[in-house]
Design a protein around this ligand. Structure first.
Ligand SMILES: [Zn+2]
Length: 208
């Protein structure tokens, strides 16, 4: 594999990291062991904090958990699509204009990345249900978006999750694409091996 740089698109994890409203905050407590003279940290977090990957079980009962997805989905060629022209939701038209191919890993760059992750913006750009339908039908094998959720805040329409997850297409949420030009990269995004659950944090990088 040839590459000249690694671009880290993960959000830093601290107690100040923004979390989706209603999700548990991150808590990190340093514990010093007098006996062993070593330091460990007790970490408390939700499974959907920071940069993380949604498994099918997040939206579909008894569907695959994060550890049951094949690892080859999470590493390989990917394409970052410029969706910064869509200021409310990413439309089907925008995605069709990029001609998504069968087997592609797709990351959606929106104005969310440009606003940053220092505070929570409830009006974040999300994926429209029609856009999700297109990506699933086109044969994308993984979809990522640069905010903590792929669906509109407070919407009862969960299709942006379900249309992808019912096809075992994992969703990377909470990636920072502010330093990433649209184009082709190698994605490396392995979720932590928590067993049986709905999602897990991941260190997500792009190789160029
Ligand atoms: Zn999630």
């Amino acid at each position: 594999m040839n590459y000249s740089k690694i671009i880290d698109i993960s959000i830093p994890l601290t107690e100040k990291t923004i979390v989706y409203p209603g999700n548990p905050q991150i808590k990190i407590e340093e514990i010093k062991s007098e006996a062993s003279k070593s330091i460990i940290s007790q970490i408390t977090s939700g499974s959907h904090n920071g940069t993380h990957i949604d498994a099918p079980r997040h939206a579909i009962t008894d569907a695959k958990s994060i550890d049951e997805l094949p690892l080859d989905i999470f590493m390989g060629s990917c394409r970052v699509l410029d969706c910064t022209g869509d200021t409310s939701s990413i439309s089907r038209d925008t995605l069709e204009s990029h001609s998504v191919l069968n087997g592609e890993r797709i990351l959606l760059k929106t104005t969310n990345s440009l606003r940053g992750f220092d505070e929570f913006h409830p009006d974040f750009v999300y994926l429209s249900p029609e856009g999700a339908e297109y990506l699933a039908a086109a044969g994308a094998i993984l979809v990522g978006i640069d905010y903590l959720s792929i669906k509109q805040k407070d919407s009862q329409d969960n299709r942006p999750h379900t249309l992808l997850l019912e096809k075992d297409i994992p969703i990377i949420e909470g990636i920072d694409l502010s330093q990433v030009e649209p184009g082709e990269y190698i994605l490396v995004a392995f979720p932590l091996k928590y067993v049986g659950i709905d999602g897990a944090p991941a260190r997500v990088v792009l190789l160029k």
